[in-house]
Design a protein around this ligand. Structure first.
Ligand SMILES: Nc1ncnc2c1ncn2[C@@H]1O[C@H](COP(=O)(O)OP(=O)(O)OP(=O)(O)O)[C@@H](O)[C@H]1O
Ligand SMILES: [Mg+2]
Length: 360
């Protein structure tokens, strides 16, 4: 009996090891995506679950939040990873060009069409087509797109022969598409076709836990590129990063770090090189000894809300600086550990989320 029990236990452990190995491999695919905050980890969780399906994904988020990065991650984690990933910005082309770019055209279909071309749908056959800023797609092309999504076939411009394609479509918007529908600028039937798996990428200011690891990530990237040995940001510079609102999101942070790495002549980046973060509402409030107030008319909000917002920002700062070490963070804040934990609970913050992930 004992031997059988042992054998069963052995088998159970083996299966568990296999399962965990699988999980690690999946996570590893997202190695270049920083996601320490709960919000971003939820995003990656959805990505993992839907990557292998063919359902259309609708990525929503402000400019610079990582929509294209996530679109590529979905492609790479799916069954189509060995086929093409083709991207098109629908806002960048005028109507006529956009149509032939997407669906191709026959020779002589219009003046200047001296030879026939394959469109992006054909190029993406077997793979993924990423349509960025789909909210800017003209209505005439929307109906053609709807048709491809429904029937998996389309007619190149000037052609009567349908072309069949097998393409997974991922779309992205940085404005409210539902609003566009209400204004009659976007077809509602197309909206329902593409809004199958919505993924919302929160702005950087709503996931401050990601800031320090993102800074580290970009410091490493640009130090390597520029062959410099930068150790990190000075506490002052980091404070500026944490207090800034980052309207341009991760892209703005990336550019800021690139600039700082390029400019600095020391191995620590100081406050004065974090230029873009100079004029922020937070700075106006800093001289009153408080951080960023929560939203309100011209930044004015009830005192209690402002105090709460400050408290939360402050906690995020000390946790970031101590990388989630509660004892150290509590000491910095001049609080007892137990009281500090109460504060974390009040603001729904988890110390673990500030820990540096272990690298192998
Ligand atoms: N979580 C992240 N981890 C690492 N890098 C990121 C992350 N999010 C975004 N980036 C980087 O930030 C930059 C902007 O991201 P991306 O181009 O995907 O944003 P976007 O939402 O498509 O922006 P836009 O709406 O302006 O096109 C890229 O260089 C990307 O690699
Ligand atoms: Mg983009």
């Amino acid at each position: 009996m004992l031997q059988i029990e042992r054998a069963l236990e052995h088998r159970r452990l083996n299966t568990e090891i296999k399962r965990l190995k699988g999980l690690v491999a999946e996570k590893f695919d997202f190695a270049n995506i920083i996601a320490r905050s709960g919000k971003m980890r939820d995003v990656l969780d959805v990505v993992t679950r839907i990557a292998k399906l063919d359902s259309t994904v609708h990525l929503q988020g402000e400019s610079g939040t990582g929509k294209e990065l996530i679109a590529k991650a979905i492609h790479l984690a799916g069954n189509r990873k060995d086929k093409a990933f083709v991207a098109l910005n629908c806002a960048a082309l005028p109507e006529a060009l956009l149509e032939s770019e997407l669906f191709g055209h026959e020779k002589g279909a219009f003046t200047g069409a001296v030879k026939s071309t394959k469109g992006l749908f054909t190029q993406a056959h077997g793979g993924t087509l990423f349509l960025d800023e789909i909210g800017d797609m003209p209505l005439s092309i929307q109906s053609k797109l709807l048709r491809v999504l429904q029937e998996r076939q389309f007619y190149p411009v000037g052609s009567e022969l349908p072309v069949e394609v097998d393409v997974r479509v991922i779309v992205a918007t940085n404005k409210d598409l539902q609003d566009q529908v209400e204004k009659g600028l976007f077809r509602d039937d197309l909206f329902y076709r593409i809004h199958v798996i919505p993924i919302y990428l929160p702005p950087l200011r709503e996931r401050k836990e990601d800031m320090v690891p993102l800074v580290d990530h970009f410091l490493r990237k640009f130090s390597a590129q520029m062959k410099k040995d930068i150790k990190g940001l000075s506490p002052d510079a980091l404070r500026k990063v944490m207090l800034h609102d980052w309207p341009g999101n991760v892209r703005e942070l990336e550019n800021t770090i690139e600039y700082a790495v390029a400019m600095t002549q020391k191995d620590v980046i100081t406050n004065d090189y974090i230029l873009q973060a100079k004029t922020t509402p937070a700075d106006r409030w800093k001289k009153f000894g408080c951080a960023k107030p929560s939203a309100g008319v011209e930044g004015v909000s009830p005192l209690r809300d402002a105090r709460d917002a400050f408290e939360k920002d402050y906690l995020i700062q000390v946790l970031s600086l101590t990388e989630g070490n509660v004892s150290q963070a509590a000491k910095l804040a001049g609080k007892y550990r137990a009281d500090f934990y109460d504060l974390l609970k009040k603001h729904e913050l988890k110390a673990e989320e500030f820990k540096k992930p272990k690298t192998e």
